[in-house]
Design a protein around this ligand. Structure first.
Ligand SMILES: NC(=O)C1=CN([C@@H]2O[C@H](COP(=O)(O)OP(=O)(O)OC[C@H]3O[C@@H](n4cnc5c(N)ncnc54)[C@H](OP(=O)(O)O)[C@@H]3O)[C@@H](O)[C@H]2O)C=CC1
Ligand SMILES: O=C(O)CCCCC(=O)O
Length: 477
């Protein structure tokens, strides 16, 4: 049912030196399901040397041939998505339906990049001298070090792998130690599709040891990280010291604004789906709900009713709509945020506590009257907690929505085109979704501004992230 927990280095599955291992635990039961090797310096040196050789091979492979291999990988992901999804539910906890969607969507991401990689166009700049040809060409940046988190183990990894490979880069990915199974199966699809040895390498380890070693290495030319703002700052500083390019997809604290003229029923239903998907462990999840005073009571009643009806349980149970939190740290963090909010005067409309003492289950929680100073309204909750807040006028709510340093996603519901346009223009956020959920598609950019990071994954911007610009001025032939 699960998978062999191994590194993938230079085209081979390996335990490496295997001098250290970590337990992988099922978050629904607390039981150990496997032991994962943790990379030593020697293992990382092997991966670096492989990535350097892989880059030489892959950057010299035509975009057409790279595209064909990526398409084969996408087909294998489609064929194997059920097993990949089971691995994810087992080690990450999310309901099987969510894992299945995530695994299937990986094939779409790979196909998008397979096509986009064939369109890394340069240009010809008219020259001042008719004898001179001025060419602008796009080249792959070089071997990439990528670090991906446990909340969307496949989704986060596939964007980096497919983007880098489509551009002609090689890659070393350090995937999450707590949820490694589905990423191993994803990488297996690329291996079986015929990606040459060294082009893609997968390791696990002690995160700070691995990132420190890889980012300092002169072989690595680009760093792509998805995770918390705190860690992103550290990795960004180290990358800057070594003049490496970065893409940073960091935390968020998304406002969800429901205007007086909104369809309250539709807004409450979508808010509930988005808030409690993956138990709220989503960087782009709505986490501050600003509801217009005139519809506050109707919205809060309906939202709490829907949240209270959600079936929380083991992700493998057919009726589970929300699984456990992915690790015990999140339970503690959510409990602390709730205790702080309650002490400051917040009232719990539903939920408010963990469920049972086995696994990391936490009840979908809805709060009202959370005062502005509560930590919950400033720190990324990354859990199933929804504070509902009242607002009276648009200027004030836009000011409040923009008041945090985060700027990843923002959501709004309104029937007015004028208000929708104003919100789209004035919300300080890398992504704004109005009257529906429209984010995280392969063909559209996903990324933040301010403390939520920089750079985008997805869309043509996602390929751009792995390319450099070369100017060639040529005369005489
Ligand atoms: N933007 C996003 O999608 C995500 C954001 N987060 C944020 O992280 C917080 C909680 O996650 P938690 O795992 O407890 O906290 P951390 O901040 O310790 O870790 C977040 C992620 O960063 C990785 N990481 C941590 N330190 C390093 C390092 N020095 N070098 C490379 N990678 C590193 C972790 O890797 P590993 O998994 O290998 O331990 C993990 O995936 C939440 O507050 C949430 O805001 C978390 C996951 C995703
Ligand atoms: O990084 C995240 O937490 C969000 C990834 C988005 C995935 C999705 O919305 O499907």
């Amino acid at each position: 049912m699960y998978t062999d927990l191994l590194f993938y280095i230079d085209g081979a599955w390996t335990l490496g030196e295997a001098d250290r291992t970590a337990a992988v635990v099922n978050p629904a039961t607390g039981e150990e399901i496997g032991r994962l090797p943790l990379a030593s310096r020697k293992d990382l040196d092997s991966a670096l040397a492989a990535a350097e050789r892989g880059f030489a091979i892959w950057s010299a492979t035509s975009a057409y041939d790279r595209s064909a291999i990526l398409r084969r990988a996408a087909a294998l992901v489609r064929e194997r998505h059920e097993h990949m999804a089971r691995c994810m539910t087992l080690d990450q906890g999310k309901p099987l339906g969510e894992s299945t969607l995530e695994a299937k969507s990986a094939a779409d991401h790979i196909e998008w990049y397979a096509e986009e990689g064939r369109r890394a166009y340069g240009r010809i700049v008219p020259s001042r001298n008719p004898a001179v040809r001025q060419l602008v060409v796009r080249e792959p940046v070089g071997p990439v070090a990528a670090f991906t988190p446990w909340n969307f183990p496949i989704n986060q990894a596939v964007r980096k792998i497919a983007g880098a490979l489509a551009a002609g880069c090689s890659l070393i990915i350090k995937a999450p130690e707590e949820a490694p199974g589905s990423v191993i199966e994803l990488v297996r699809c690329f291996h079986d599709a015929g990606v040459p040895a060294g082009v893609l390498n997968l390791v696990f380890g002690i995160p700070e040891e691995v990132s420190d070693y890889l980012i300092r290495s002169p072989i690595i030319r680009k760093v792509s990280f998805t995770g918390s703002t705190a860690v992103g700052r550290k990795l960004g500083a180290l990358a800057a010291e070594h003049l490496k390019l970065t893409t940073m997809e960091l935390g968020g604290h998304a406002p969800f604004i429901v205007c007086a003229d909104a369809d309250v029923e539709a807004a409450a239903a979508l808010a509930c789906t988005l808030k409690f998907r993956n138990a709220g462990q989503v960087c782009a999840s709505p986490s501050r709900f600003y509801i217009h005073d005139t519809v506050f009571d109707a919205f809060s009643r309906r939202f709490a009713e829907l949240a209270g009806q959600l079936k929380v349980g083991d992700g493998f149970a057919a009726d589970s709509q929300m699984g456990p939190l992915a690790n015990a740290r999140r339970v503690k963090a959510v409990e602390e945020l709730l205790a702080d909010a309650s002490a400051a005067g917040a009232r719990v409309l539903c939920g408010g506590q963990r469920i049972g003492d086995k696994g990391n289950f936490f009840a979908p929680t809805v709060l009202v009257d959370t005062p502005a100073e509560a930590r919950l309204l400033h720190e990324e909750p990354f859990g199933p907690v929804a504070p509902l807040l009242r607002f009276h006028d648009l200027d004030a709510v836009i000011r409040d929505a923009n008041s945090l340093d985060y700027g990843l996603a923002a959501f709004a519901f309104t029937a007015s085109l004028k208000t929708a346009t104003e919100l789209g223009n004035r919300l300080q956020s890398g992504m704004v979704s109005i009257n529906h959920f429209g984010l995280a598609l392969p063909e559209t950019p996903f990324g933040g501004i301010k403390a939520s990071g920089h750079g985008s994954e997805g869309g043509s911007e996602g390929l751009e992230a792995y390319l450099t610009t070369k100017f060639i001025s040529q005369v005489g032939c």
